[in-house]
Design a protein around this ligand. Structure first.
Ligand code: UDX
Length: 429
């Protein structure tokens, strides 16, 4: 096998933890650094601050090779490769806020023993060139640079790292590309080497195209509603065309999460900064915003008014299998319903209780049944498998009005109507 490397990972967030744990699993020595004392203390005590299948076990079984620290000197001591995995949230201007990334780059300034600096954070195209220049200016011209974007989806991050569709490595020099390629020895997936800017673009383009597929099928779903076609049948057959593929054609209540909204907005902003308006992507974002509002409109049409109505939101996280509420469609739904004067009651098995608006004006229930009791309407927002286990016949009899908008097409329309529901879903007759 390839030599074991000593890797310093900056950022113990979602990507840093997965990267650090997986590199340790591959046999490398990894020190993960974060500036949040609570997070580091938690990790040192053997707790994992995020929910990700397989990650806790992986961290536990690699504890000989994987350490966590606040201390910079300890992080860099003996390190050959510095992995930058800090977050790059939207800034006031809509561009990615790179302040955390620059803080890490600055902290590398005396680390002349490094062989390479690798940026995994999602960044605007051109960031690598600026990091390169900063390293050169700091006397680190001999240290290589690579962009190595991640494509992991939440809930399957460990598998995505160890069995990816591709590993993208952007670097201007062959030695660095080879070093990072070898670092991934044991990962089951093709390595694609290219220039830095292209690697940065691959990440943004991939997420934009995935979001485009979803918005596209959501728009077709709207048209199916108006023409009497069934979007599930349409998507199934469209997806059988191998040029199109079956993935990301599930109609729903709109996409959310930590990546799609942020990255599509960042790509649009990046284009605007060059003087070009990305027309297709702008429409993709518009369709997604509309999709959430349409759900509330449908209830409004059905109930006549939403004022004083009790509406149950079933599932709050942006997708099942995670506790992540970032850019979850449920937040927009709750805020819109409250603005219409509705009373909002919620159920979710994992979402962390949030004390902020709109959630502080809603009532959380421990089971879907309790959220449904006495409700005038309900919206299936997240396709949690638990919703399949609900006694829907019983729920229909305890709801004040059995109006159900199934935003994820979880149920069979005929079966739900047979139970007495006024049942609406996405793009089905
Ligand atoms: C995504 C990308 O998949 C990943 O490659 C990237 O690195 C980060 O963003 P993630 O945000 O974890 O990962 O979630 P994903 O499972 O891709 O779903 C994103 C959103 O799209 C969710 O809100 C989901 O409900 C929605 N979605 C997905 C649909 O509405 N329909 C689909 O067919 C697929």
């Amino acid at each position: 096998g390839k030599p074991e490397r000593h890797v310093a990972v900056f950022g113990a967030g979602y990507i840093g933890l997965v990267t650090g744990a997986c590199l340790a699993e591959l046999g490398h020595r990894v020190v993960v650094r974060d500036i949040d004392p609570d997070k580091v203390a938690l990790l040192r005590a053997g707790d994992v601050p995020i929910y990700e299948p397989g990650l806790g076990d992986m961290i536990a079984r690699n504890k000989e090779r994987l350490t966590f620290t606040l201390d910079l000197a300890e992080t860099l001591d003996g390190a050959e490769i510095a992995y930058v995995c800090v977050d790059t949230p939207p800034s006031a201007s809509g561009d990615a806020d790179l302040s955390r990334l620059w803080a890490v780059v600055k902290s590398l300034e005396g680390a002349a023993h490094l062989k390479a600096v690798v940026v995994k954070s999602t960044v605007p195209v051109g960031t690598g060139a600026r990091v390169r220049a900063a390293l050169d200016a700091a006397g680190l011209a001999h240290v290589g640079y690579a962009a190595n974007p991640e494509f992991t989806a939440e809930g399957r991050a460990v598998t995505d790292f160890l069995k990816p569709d591709r590993i993208v490595i952007g670097s201007a020099d062959e030695a660095t590309a080879a070093l990072i390629t070898d670092l991934h020895d044991g990962v089951d997936g093709p390595v694609v080497v290219m220039d830095v800017r292209s690697a940065e673009m691959v990440k943004l383009a991939s997420n934009a195209l995935l979001a485009t597929k979803i918005s596209f099928i959501n728009e077709i779903a709207t048209l199916c509603e108006k023409t009497g076609a069934d979007v599930e049948e349409v998507a199934r057959a469209v997806g059988l065309d191998h040029r199109l593929g079956p993935h990301f054609l599930r109609p729903g209540i709109g996409w959310g999460g930590s990546c799609f909204p942020k990255d599509s907005e960042a790509l649009r902003q990046l284009a605007s900064n060059t003087g070009y308006h990305l027309q297709l992507l702008s429409a993709v974002i518009d369709v997604n915003n509309l999709q959430k509002r349409r759900a509330v409109q449908k209830l409004h049409d059905e109930l006549g008014t939403l004022a004083g109505m009790r509406v149950a939101l079933l599932g709050l996280t942006f997708k099942p299998g995670t506790d992540d509420m970032r850019e979850a469609p449920s937040t927009v739904l709750a805020a819109r319903l409250l603005a219409e004067g509705a009373e909002v009651r919620t159920w979710d098995p994992m979402a962390r209780p949030a004390g902020v608006e709109p959630w502080s004006s809603t009532t959380r229930h421990p089971t879907p049944e309790l959220a449904l009791a006495g409700a005038d309407a309900a919206i299936v927002v997240t396709e949690w498998p638990q919703l399949k286990e609900v006694d829907w016949a019983g729920a229909a009899s305890v709801m004040r009005r059995p109006v159900l908008y199934d935003g994820r097409n979880l149920f069979d329309p005929a079966a739900m109507r047979a139970l007495g529901y006024t049942y609406m879903s996405v793009g089905r007759p």
